[in-house]
Design a protein around this ligand. Structure first.
Ligand code: SF4
Length: 432
């Protein structure tokens, strides 16, 4: 039986508004059963599909998979001239590949249930447009029922996720889901503190994370873990308030590592917004080097990036409207509540490393939003969230040990806190 869905992000709304972004941004993987089903729909008989395969292989020959074909500059082969899906129009939504139906939802297997996250690369998710997620529970249940089968067919060699799995914390200890939930509750409680601005909440969360990096949890479980976190939270209250006075700007180490993660999150190698990856490798490597140096113009790692210099992106941010902070708060609540930021949903990242990466997205978003300000402050933050979230958790470049080490270095030097304070500066934020 499929895992049930729990902990829906009730603050989030979504409905597809048919902008067509996802049909032109990604490869759509299909299982052998989906290939057979779509082939049986008779598309190859139509004149517009003559001589064009519906599916193309990808991946190494020993792990060959299939995806929907594309045409006209990376548009899905089934998109019509109005940007709508022909399979959906002719046979209904159930006839589409599972990956298309699920997007932008993300089902996160958490112990004995799923939690729901969203990909904020979808403009409707970022703008919170559509029905509340609570009203979509039945659809989500149906996705949960189909997800495990689809996942097995896509990855026949992958092991089923055990409900009683132990999860790495980051400093050598492993905890069961029941203890992870205690952590998550505490982080969520802080992230929802109405008396603190978002920046202050993140500083407090990171203060707790710093103590947890040094702690051992082999004997601190269950109610003792709760008590421990309570004590650490109390200490973090004064520590995070002092941070704003004590911490200076990020060091060169922090800035280089920050731009390394920006390069990973800005780089787009698929879809109509593909950047330098569609040209030659030398130009791409040169652009990555320029990102690390952080001088001159921002390289076009994807289409649609602002045409600005790195110096422009260092200027203070004008005050952001409350709606922009609300969007950021909603974004982090969805990511934290769903536990999408570590473990099985994020390349088996340990909890503290994944939390560091999630925290780092805040200065990344505020950095990039500076480049889009001519759209207006709220639209600038929306666009920055869409761009940064697209690769967060998904970029294959985040899988390496080197990137985990880079996050550990950022944590040990409190560079993430410095980056948050630096890129939030001059906004209407009183940090702590
Ligand atoms: S990006 Fe979002 S709104 Fe646009 S077509 Fe895809 S699911 Fe619909």
């Amino acid at each position: 039986m499929a895992r049930p869905i729990r902990h829906l992000p009730v603050i989030q709304r979504w409905d597809c508004h048919q902008c067509g972004n996802c049909c032109t941004d990604y490869w759509v993987p299909v299982t052998p059963e989906e290939r057979r089903r779509i082939e049986a729909q008779g598309w190859s008989q139509l004149p517009e599909f003559q001589g064009i395969p519906l599916f193309v292989p990808y991946g190494p020959w020993w792990r060959r998979k299939w995806r929907l074909n594309q045409r006209h500059g990376d548009r899905c082969i089934f998109l019509d001239e109005n940007g709508l899906c022909r399979i959906h129009a002719k046979f209904g939504p159930e006839a589409k590949p599972f990956a298309c139906r699920l997007y932008p939802y993300v089902l996160v297997p958490v112990g004995n249930h799923y939690r729901v996250s969203l990909r904020f690369a979808c403009p409707s998710a970022t703008a919170n447009k559509g029905r509340p997620l609570l009203d979509q529970e039945d659809e989500l249940k149906a996705y949960a029922n189909g997800f495990e089968r689809w996942h097995r067919e896509m990855n026949p060699k992958a092991q089923a996720l055990a409900e009683d799995q132990l999860l790495p914390i980051g400093q050598g200890d492993w905890l069961p889901w029941s203890d992870i939930f205690i952590f998550a509750e505490e982080l969520l409680r802080i992230l929802q503190m109405p008396t603190l601005p978002l920046v202050g909440r993140w500083l407090r969360i990171l203060s707790i994370a710093r103590v947890c990096w040094e702690a051992r949890f082999d004997k601190v479980r269950g109610s003792r873990l709760r008590e421990f976190l309570q004590l650490v939270c109390d200490a973090a209250e004064s520590e995070s308030a002092a941070l704003t006075q004590r911490l200076g700007p990020p060091s060169w180490v922090g800035r280089v590592l920050f731009r390394n993660f920006l390069a990973i999150c800005l780089r787009k190698d698929q879809g109509v917004r593909r950047g330098l990856a569609s040209e030659n490798r030398i130009r791409l490597l040169w652009a990555m080097w320029r990102m690390l140096r952080g001088r001159g113009k921002l390289p076009p790692l994807q289409k649609g990036l602002p045409e600005v210099t790195f110096a422009d992106l260092e200027k203070p941010l004008p005050p952001l409207p409350p709606a922009a902070w609300d969007l950021l708060e909603r974004y982090y609540l969805v990511k934290l509540r769903s536990l999408q930021f570590f473990g099985p949903a994020f390349m088996d990242y340990p909890l503290l490393i994944g939390l560091e990466m999630l925290a780092l997205t805040l200065p990344m978003i505020l950095w990039l939003a500076r480049g889009y300000l001519e759209r207006g402050s709220l639209a600038a933050v929306e666009k920055a969230v869409q761009v940064i979230d697209e690769n967060f958790v998904y970029s294959p470049f985040l899988a390496s040990f080197r990137q985990r080490l880079a996050l550990r270095i950022l944590a040990s030097r409190q560079e993430t806190e410095k980056l948050i304070l630096w890129y939030a500066r001059s906004s209407n934020v009183v940090p702590a």
